[in-house]
Design a protein. Structure first.
Length: 162
């Protein structure tokens, strides 16, 4: 008796969204996920990547890692107790400003608001995790933290080049 087609083959399984390292490759894991980022920010990053002959994800990772280094300093995100105390102190200073901005944003629909695009970017898993921790500690959305980092990076690069 021959086996049915369902018994002879099995479905290939894979972890969704994670690009695995090759054997012997020291490159970090990268996560392929869609992030709702401002279209103008993505465009500016893409232009910068082309001008420098680099890939978009490399420029984005550099920006996000610089932001994390600036925000976390020596307190590694894995040391949540000390990092949380530091972030809470910083966040309390900005809390009233953020809540006021959010209330204004929620009550007004701005037709001129920057368009957001949902693109799949392949970014380092550890960087995304650290950004997510920061977003949770600051009670913000991941894309808000990412945009803040990318915009700061672009502003710094613009001031460097003139």
């Amino acid at each position: 008796m021959s086996a049915s087609p369902h018994e002879r083959t099995s479905a290939l399984t894979h972890e969704r969204g994670i690009v695995e390292k090759r054997d012997g490759d020291s490159a970090p894991k990268r996560v392929n996920r869609g992030y709702m980022l401002r279209e103008d920010v993505v465009r500016d990053l893409r232009v910068l990547a082309v001008l420098e002959g680099r890939k978009l994800y490399e420029v984005m990772e550099e920006a996000l890692m610089a932001y994390l280094a600036q925000r976390w300093g020596d307190a590694a995100p894995r040391d949540l107790a000390s990092a949380q105390q530091r972030i809470v102190a910083e966040t309390q200073e900005r809390a009233s400003v953020h809540s006021q901005e959010r209330r204004i944003t929620e009550t007004q629909h701005d037709a001129n608001a920057p368009k957001r695009v949902n693109r799949g970017f392949v970014l380092r898993e550890d960087v995304v995790r650290d950004l997510r921790v920061l977003a949770v500690l600051e009670e913000r959305k991941l894309y808000e933290v990412m945009e803040e980092a990318l915009i700061a990076y672009l502003a710094q690069r613009r001031s460097t080049y003139g």
